[in-house]
Design a protein around this ligand. Structure first.
Ligand SMILES: [Zn+2]
Length: 87
């Protein structure tokens, strides 16, 4: 009878440990860096997005925000109109 009690306690302990581990894993997935680490989670791909350079002012910006015109990239329509600076 004592052996049965031992197994019941062992299973209960294992279940408790599994539940705590599962909750910790869920918390890690939900908030990897805390609530205030990234204020704008709307663009998670920004870090891996290709950066392009404005041919006029040389500023770097994500490809999705850049303007493609005449085979070159620009940061704005104004810089696309002005063109590359003459040297
Ligand atoms: Zn520019």
């Amino acid at each position: 009878m004592g052996k049965l009690l031992f197994w019941i306690l062992l299973i209960l302990a294992a279940l408790t440990v599994a539940r705590i581990a599962g909750r910790m894993a869920a918390n890690r997935q939900a908030a990897p860096r805390g609530p205030s680490a990234r204020p704008a989670p709307g663009r998670p791909a920004a870090a891996t997005e290709t950066m392009v350079r404005c041919a006029h002012c040389g500023i770097h910006l994500p490809r999705s925000e850049a303007l493609l015109q005449g085979g070159q990239t620009w940061c704005s329509a104004e810089h696309a109109r002005l063109g590359a600076p003459r040297r």
